[in-house]
Write a protein that binds this ligand. Structure first.
Ligand code: ADP
Ligand code: MG
Length: 677
């Protein structure tokens, strides 16, 4: 069967269903086969009626009696059947399915799966799945797949579309033969069939394993290929000079932590090799990544190179530039600032200095990648608070420098090491897992709706004491569907009510950048008491005078994101507070949020989030530009290590690259999509 055949041409699908399938991204038979179940109901355990107890049951039998009637009060039809299997009889009830009477007349053999329960003193099966017992069952008597659904398209329909195809397909094997043999992986065609129609629990497990393996194999291989390509480039050589490092550290008004030292050491080692560094520096908010990056920059400058530091927004760049200029100025290094929005004179001046090399360290946004920017001798690029610096960006940089510069990415997103190795396999990893001493923990409390007034009283007192406050909401404007708090409505409420005597302003992503900048600057200058914001304030902004952050609708954020938000306070000498609120009474929400009360450790929180919500939720494409994995569980360390082993063996053998062009093609395709979000 040709996988490119369009679904509407399949028997039983038709126009209406194909429109709905399209909503799930399904156009062809191939798409349909790769629409994998979300979960399964195990109806495989067939039992005699005599042995049945209330709960989920599956059995076969014969219809002894079946009839449909109208309920008296409502416009409702009730169908009742009595089924017997020789060991006993049982009753089943359905609402609004009168057609069942014709489909399963008295005397016909059926297979039934569903819930047996007491209702109105009567033990009966409530709306069970029923089908003719013809030998091949789709919906009962087996492990039944439940699919991601869309409106008007049920799992039952999807099963009806997919199951008939399974006997006709032959899929192309996309893993190298040795890999399949060595790791005893199921054949691809068989795996896909088992996923849709599991023959047993064990076979299903092997099928999932096979598909998870495949999924990771290509991702990891792609990142290993990238790594290899980078390592084949020649880099600017930046010698490690002990006196330079010592002078820099002496110029600071604090000692480096051990973790900072270790990370700096790894970075300086990398830069002194002939191959371009490609390293990720992970460290919790406030762990002091900036000075580590600056030390690297200083080392580059002292070897005659320029260093560039890229941050995500103009506000951050401006804010960083002051402290960075301070530190670098102390040791006689010239820096420049280049932004997207900047007075023309200032910008031209910066461009000129970058070109003639008098700007030794350049701080800026993505503007640094634009064509107007010509570096004199770029040796190091630091990317702060970005999650991914892609192939494309690297290519742009290469055009700006005679050699591929060393690359250091920094993130405060606490990605557990195992996950980072998979997701960022092409990067080497340094982790700062320790905060500078004397950091006060941020007192964190999940505030109950009934305690809101108490919380407001506390906040007001802080403002009276001269502090400032962040209020974070999940949305910009009110939405009918989501029912979450919005910045726009919340600011109205606070201005009218509890904080009418305070100065309140708003920032969010839809404001003009200039407007947003102005408000932020006012907040920095202390002219605003309360800043109501979306999570745009999540990244690196530094307001030492802010001592409280109140987060509304907290269930909508991941723990790692909440932890980042919390990091907006406690950046000065003042004791600081994080208040978390949620109106959600969904199960597990409170427990999850309370983890923030217990720990200040971003990595620990990320781990908890990972366990509670899975990597797809946390590191999904939308949120972080990372991976959206369908099959693979990155918590499965055995799987991850097997795949890494397989991928690295495969990639390191040039012969393989020739023998398996289709595998290489897939790897190359992935290589080009792993770019910055
Ligand atoms: P982040 O890792 O979140 O980017 P920063 O680099 O902005 O953190 O550092 C946060 C603050 O901690 C800065 O004010 C910085 O000067 C200070 N800092 C960094 N390292 C140390 C240290 N070893 N001891 C004391 N303070 C430090
Ligand atoms: Mg930072």
């Amino acid at each position: 069967m040709n996988l490119d055949v369009r679904v509407e041409t399949l028997k039983g699908v038709g126009k209406a269903a194909s429109v709905k399938l399209e909503k799930l991204g399904i156009r062809t038979v191939g798409d349909l086969l790769h629409h994998f179940p979300r979960r399964y109901d195990d109806f495989s355990n067939i039992i005699p009626i005599r042995m049945m107890k209330p709960g989920m049951v599956t059995f076969r039998g014969e219809i002894v009696n079946i009839a449909s009637r109208r309920a008296r009060t409502r416009r409702l039809s009730i169908t009742e059947a009595v089924i017997s299997d020789g060991t006993g009889t049982v009753k089943a009830v359905w609402f609004n399915q009168p057609f069942l009477v014709k489909q399963h007349p008295v005397g016909s053999s059926v297979m039934i799966s569903g819930k047996l329960e007491f209702k109105n003193n009567d033990l009966a099966l409530q709306a069970p799945a029923i089908e003719s017992d013809s030998g091949v069952s789709k919906h009962t008597g087996r492990i039944v797949p439940i699919y991601p659904e869309t409106e008007g398209l049920t799992s039952k329909q999807l099963r009806n579309f997919i199951m008939p195809l399974l006997g006709l397909i032959k899929l192309e094997e996309n893993l190298p033969e040795e890999v399949k043999t060595k790791y005893k992986l199921m054949d691809r065609t068989k795996a896909v069939i088992e996923l849709h129609a599991p023959s047993s629990e064990a076979a299903l497990k092997r099928a999932r394993h096979r598909m998870a393996f495949e999924e990771l194999f290509f991702i990891i291989s792609a990142s290993l290929v990238i790594k290899k390509e980078i390592k084949s480039e020649e880099a600017p050589k930046i010698d490690f000079k002990v006196d330079v490092a010592q002078d820099f550290v002496k110029s600071l008004h604090f000692d480096l932590t051990n973790a900072q030292r270790q990370a700096a050491w790894q970075i300086l080692q990398d830069m002194s090799s002939e191959r371009p560094m490609n390293r990720l520096l992970e460290g919790d908010v406030g762990s002091g990544k900036t000075v580590v990056a600056l030390l690297a920059a200083v080392m580059a400058v002292r070897s005659g190179y320029q260093a560039a530091i890229m941050v995500p927004t103009d506000i951050l760049a401006r804010q960083h530039s002051k402290s960075i200029q301070n530190i670098l100025g102390n040791i006689g290094i010239q820096s420049a600032l280049l932004l997207g929005r900047q007075p023309a004179a200032e910008k031209n001046e910066a461009l000129k200095k970058i070109r003639d090399g008098s700007a030794q360290v350049v701080l800026g946004t993505h503007a640094l990648l634009t064509e107007a920017v010509e570096f004199n001798n770029l040796g190091l690029v630091v990317i702060d608070e970005q999650h991914r610096f892609g192939v494309e960006q690297r290519q742009k940089l290469k055009q700006k420098a005679s050699r591929l510069p060393h690359l250091l990415s920094m993130t405060a997103t606490p990605i557990p090491r195992s996950l980072a190795l998979t997701v960022y396999g092409d990067l080497d990893l340094s982790i700062i897992d320790e905060l500078p001493p004397n950091r006060q923990p941020i007192a964190t409390k999940v505030v109950k709706p009934t305690d809101r007034d108490v919380a407001y009283g506390f906040i007001d007192k802080q403002i009276t004491d001269g502090r400032q406050v962040f209020v974070v909401c999940p949305l910009i404007e009110d939405s009918d569907t989501l029912g979450a708090k919005s910045v726009t409505a919340e600011v109205e409420r606070l201005r009218k009510g509890p904080f009418r005597h305070r100065k309140i302003s708003v920032v969010h992503g839809k404001l003009k950048p200039a407007e947003r900048d102005d408000t932020m600057q006012q907040f920095v200058r202390g002219e605003i008491d309360i800043l109501v914001a979306t999570s745009v304030i999540e990244v690196g902004i530094d307001i030492p005078n802010a001592s409280v952050i109140l987060i509304e609708g907290a269930e909508r954020f991941g723990l790692a994101a909440l932890h980042q938000l919390r990091g907006r306070v406690g950046r000065g000498e003042h004791h600081s507070y994080c208040m978390i609120t949620s109106d959600s009474n969904a199960p597990g929400v409170m427990e999850r949020l309370q983890a923030l009360e217990r720990t200040q450790d971003g990595f620990r929180l990320a781990q908890i989030d990972l366990e509670l919500r899975g990597p797809g939720q946390i590191y999904g494409k939308r949120q972080h530009g990372l991976l959206e994995l369908e099959m693979a569980d990155l918590g499965d360390s055995r799987l991850v290590s097997q795949v890494r082993e397989a991928a690295s063996t495969f990639v390191s053998d040039g012969q393989n690259m020739l023998q398996y062009p289709q595998v290489v093609e897939r790897i190359n395709r992935l290589k080009t999509v792993t770019s910055l979000d």
